[in-house]
Write a protein that binds this ligand. Structure first.
Ligand code: GRF
Length: 200
């Protein structure tokens, strides 16, 4: 299965996916990582692992749709089966979603449907919840919605800052994102196998 990764920043989730592939926990390839912020650490991490990187800087596109068109073209050129939003800090449009129906996965740092949108970790601290976590889900048009694949719970400690809490959540992200990708990937290969049998 070929994964197309979209990342905007640090890329620790990209690293976790690559690590899971290395350890044999995930049978996949990463033909391309797309990033939108020049200097994103995710791009350096990808280059270090020999993954092709493509910069699509949203500031150079007139709207979200034209950026997404370019993303779709890049993903198709690399024959991608499954798209992973691994810290992709842009809203996606129907241009991308319709091109990869039920084939886009997102990771979000809260137990959805709580704390959607930006600053989910800060939102959890402000709400004074004692448990938060992270969610891997399929992407649909409404932001941070769509069928949930895996969640992990994380305790909020009394002295937590956004940084300490986010670090604790990320440990779980790095565990459940590769797991969810493995599940989605095995579903896709079953679909492909069934189609091949039907075509005979
Ligand atoms: C993660 O916390 C993820 O849940 C959110 O953005 C962050 C990306 O982290 N969507 P990284 O760039 O993978 O380190």
């Amino acid at each position: 299965i070929k994964l197309g990764i979209l990342a905007s920043g640090n890329g620790s989730n990209f690293e976790a996916i690559a690590q899971a592939m290395e350890n044999g926990q995930l049978n996949a390839q990463i033909p391309v990582l797309i990033y939108n912020n020049p200097g994103a650490k995710a791009a350096a991490r990808a280059a270090n692992r020999g993954v092709e990187t493509v910069l699509l800087n949203h500031r150079e596109y007139k709207n979200r749709e034209t950026l997404d068109q370019q993303i779709v073209q890049t993903l198709r050129q690399h024959d991608v089966d499954l798209v992973i939003l691994a810290g992709w800090m842009r809203l996606v449009t129907s241009v991308l979603i319709d091109a990869f129906p039920n084939r886009i996965i997102n990771i979000h740092p809260s137990l959805l449907p709580s704390f959607k949108g930006l600053h989910a970790v800060e939102q959890a601290l402000q709400a004074k919840v004692t448990i938060t976590g992270c969610t891997v889900h399929l992407v649909c048009l409404e932001v941070d919605s769509g069928p949930i694949l895996i969640q992990a719970a994380v305790p909020v400690l009394p002295d937590d800052t956004p940084e300490t809490l986010h670090a604790r959540i990320q440990i779980q992200e790095h565990r459940i994102l590769p797991q969810a990708i493995a599940i989605a990937a095995s579903q896709i290969s079953h679909q492909t196998a069934r189609r091949e049998i039907a075509a005979k």
